[in-house]
Design a protein around this ligand. Structure first.
Ligand SMILES: NC(=O)c1ccc[n+]([C@@H]2O[C@H](COP(=O)([O-])OP(=O)(O)OC[C@H]3O[C@@H](n4cnc5c(N)ncnc54)[C@H](OP(=O)(O)O)[C@@H]3O)[C@@H](O)[C@H]2O)c1
Length: 328
């Protein structure tokens, strides 16, 4: 580990005050290209040890090693791993290895983090950072807001919103009479949808985000697969178009609430909302989230939920927190 001064606290998490972090980027697609561009402007605080991609990048030169083997990248001795991989076994193994080796993790990979709650728990027990602000809301600070609310003594009653920018973007195009495949291709070209967009379309991406929200709000979460989710494929594109003509807009709405006996209810539904409903007014890749606390406090967050700049911005905020030794 390079030059890390660790300050022990009276809880398992440890606040770090590093001078310079040695960083490995896992993946360099939409998200991590933006992260890399920003980190290259911070040579006094960040050293890029390696970047790992699936395919070779023979044209890449300079001091950074461009690798295709994740283990080779770990052998460069990073302090921090930034995970911009898709949901895949390689990502799960990489995060496992990072936690095992006591390497800080910052990830945008909501599917893996939701499926493997042990990763965060083990990292915390070891005193290493495991942050994933970008995994929910893209650039919208959903998890950060929940963290602050619970830290200030609020109890979360419910969270409801449009959490998947890709499906919202696709629904917007279907409303205009554009075909499903063309709408997906446009979402991919814009950097919102991954190569395999099925998790977005089937509501699993929103379900994984709900699981992470529940973990932040209540310290426990339902299994993503157990969350009922409507698929966009269950409705005809013409239905979306027809609804719009009748003053209704289909939205993929993710909902989480806790009953008085503490049971969590989470679901992802496709709902036709009146066009003046706040969630109906969420456009393109935007996300909008309403958090209601038992005290009556209500907070509405709104902003870009996908795409390079907002998502990389959230990853960078986690990096700055780590560099400053601030709270997760
Ligand atoms: N895009 C968004 O707006 C957004 C928003 C929030 C969260 N996220 C999450 O952020 C993560 C990254 O998303 P993205 O949109 O940046 O994905 P992306 O553009 O598809 O990039 C994925 C990167 O991972 C690399 N990769 C894939 N499998 C690999 C393997 N087995 N070994 C090594 N490298 C591998 C790819 O390599 P090649 O370049 O060689 O193909 C590529 O560089 C995902 O988990 C996603 O859910 C994305």
């Amino acid at each position: 580990m390079a030059n890390l001064a660790a300050l022990e606290l009276d809880r398992p998490e440890t606040v770090i005050s590093p001078a310079r972090l040695r960083v490995v980027l896992l993946g360099c697609g939409t998200v991590n290209t933006g992260v890399l561009d920003a980190l290259e402007l911070m040579p006094d605080r960040i050293e890029i040890a390696a970047v790992v991609t699936r395919r070779r990048r023979p044209g890449q030169t300079g001091r950074t090693a461009w690798l295709t083997d994740i283990r080779d990248a770990f052998d460069t001795g990073p302090d921090l791993v930034i995970d911009g991989l898709p949901d895949c076994p390689a990502a799960e193994k990489a995060l496992d290895l990072a936690v095992e080796r006591g390497i800080h993790v910052i990830s945008a990979n909501k599917a893996v983090i939701a499926r493997r709650p042990d990763l965060e728990a083990r990292a915390k027990a070891k005193g290493t950072r495991f942050a994933y602000s970008a995994a929910v809301g893209g650039g919208v600070p959903v998890l950060e807001t929940l963290q602050r609310l619970t830290a200030s003594g609020e109890t979360i009653q419910s969270v409801r919103g449009v959490l998947n920018g890709t499906s919202n973007f696709v629904l917007g195009l279907l409303e205009q009479g554009i075909g499903f495949d063309q709408a997906i291709a446009a979402a991919q070209a814009a950097g919102f949808a991954e190569a395999d967009p099925s998790a977005d379309i089937d509501g699993l991406d929103a379900a994984a985000k709900l699981a992470l929200i529940a973990r932040k709000a209540y310290g426990t979460a339902p299994d993503t697969q157990s969350i009922p989710a409507d698929s966009l494929l269950a409705i005809e594109p013409g239905q979306v178009c027809g609804a719009r003509e009748n003053g209704l807009r289909y939205r993929q709405v993710a909902e989480l609430s806790r009953s008085e006996n503490g049971d969590l209810d989470a679901r992802v539904r496709l709902i036709a909302l009146p066009e003046d409903h706040p969630l109906a007014r969420v456009e393109n890749e935007e996300n909008s989230v309403e958090i209601v606390c038992e005290s009556g406090l209500k907070i509405v967050l709104h902003g870009k939920g996908a795409g390079q700049a907002p998502t990389a911005g959230s990853v960078l905020a986690d990096i700055r927190d780590l560099l400053s030794g601030g709270e997760e």
